[in-house]
Design a protein around this ligand. Structure first.
Ligand SMILES: [Zn+2]
Length: 268
C-alpha cells in the first residue's frame, strides 16, 4: 500500500520512527503512523537483513570475523528458518547497515578462531605426512598414498612409528594387496592348513576345510544353537590361522618384489 519493503518498516520501528510490534507472525504497525512518516521511512535502505553467508561473500569476511562482530553486538542478527530447506538448522540474517558501518573493525578481527586454526593445523600436518608417506609404484605406474584412517598412518602421526618404518609397511601392504595373490588365496584355507591340522580342529571329523564347511552349511539348521556357536568359533579360528599364514607368505613375496623394484632395501 505504501510501496515500502519489510526491511524499511522494520528499521523504522527499531529506530523509533514509528510504533510497531512483532508477534511471531509478522510486524504490525499503524497505517496512520506510516503515512505520517512516509518520506522518512522511504529514505531508509530497502534492504536491511541479509543472509550471514551472503554478507561474508559480499564483503570478503570470514565466518569468525562476522561471528565475533555478532558476539560483540556490533552487528544485529536474527535466526530464521532456512528458505531452501524445510528441515535443518535454519539460517542467520545480519543487519546490512551494521556490517557496512563497522566493516573496518570487523575486518580487523582474526580470520580464524582458535578452534579453526587448530583444525587447519591438524589438516596440514596430516597432508604433509600423507605426502611424505606416499611412494611411486612402478607396477601401478602411479603415486600411492597411505589409505585414509589406516592404522600405520595414525601410528606415524602420533609418533608411535618412525616415518621410514611406516613407509616400509605401507609399501609392503600395497604390494601384498595389489601385486600378489594374497586377497584371492587368503580364503583358500586348505592351502594354509594341513589335513592333520583340520582333523584335530574338527575333532577328527574332517581332513579338509572345504568338506567341513560344506557339512556345516548342510547341517547348521538342524543344530542346537550352542552346537552351532561352537562350530562357528572353530571356523573363525581356522580362518584366522589361514589368514595369518597367507599374510606371512605373501608379505615375503611382497618384500621380494618391492626390493626388486628398488622401493625397499633387503631386510632381515
Ligand atoms: Zn602398485
Amino acid at each position: 500500500m505504501f510501496d515500502l519493503s519489510y526491511d524499511q518498516v522494520f528499521q523504522a520501528v527499531s529506530l523509533g520512527i514509528i510504533r510497531g510490534y512483532e508477534n511471531g507472525r509478522g510486524l504490525f504497525v499503524k497505517p496512520e503512523d506510516v503515512s505520517e512518516k512516509i518520506s522518512m521511512i522511504r529514505s531508509l535502505p530497502k534492504k536491511f537483513w541479509i543472509y550471514k553467508t551472503h554478507a561474508m561473500k559480499e564483503y570478503c569476511l570470514s565466518r569468525n570475523q562476522i561471528e565475533t562482530a555478532m558476539a560483540f553486538s556490533l552487528v544485529r542478527f536474527k535466526r530464521v528458518k532456512n528458505p531452501h530447506y524445510s528441515t535443518g538448522s535454519g539460517a542467520t540474517l545480519v543487519a546490512l547497515p551494521d556490517v557496512e558501518s563497522n566493516l573496518k573493525t570487523i575486518r580487523s578481527f582474526p580470520k580464524y578462531s582458535a578452534k579453526e586454526l587448530a583444525k587447519k593445523h591438524e589438516y596440514n600436518v596430516r597432508r604433509k605426512l600423507r605426502n611424505s608417506l606416499s611412494f611411486y609404484c612402478p607396477r601401478c605406474m602411479k603415486k600411492i598414498r597411505a589409505p585414509r584412517g589406516s592404522r600405520v598412518f595414525e601410528e606415524a602421526l602420533y609418533g608411535y612409528k618412525e616415518l621410514e618404518d611406516a613407509r616400509t609397511i605401507l609399501v609392503l601392504l600395497h604390494y601384498r594387496h595389489m601385486h600378489t595373490d594374497y586377497r584371492k588365496e587368503a580364503h583358500n584355507v586348505d592351502r594354509w592348513l594341513k589335513p592333520e591340522e583340520i582333523n584335530i580342529l574338527t575333532n577328527g571329523l574332517f581332513k579338509s576345510f572345504d568338506a567341513f564347511i560344506k557339512w556345516y552349511e548342510d547341517n547348521k539348521y538342524d543344530m542346537l544353537s550352542f552346537e552351532r556357536e561352537t562350530w562357528i568359533e572353530t571356523i573363525r579360528a581356522i580362518n584366522r590361522t589361514a589368514q595369518e599364514r597367507a599374510k606371512k607368505h605373501y608379505s615375503q613375496i611382497a618384500l621380494e618384489l618391492a626390493v626388486h623394484d628398488d622401493l625397499l632395501k633387503e631386510q632381515i
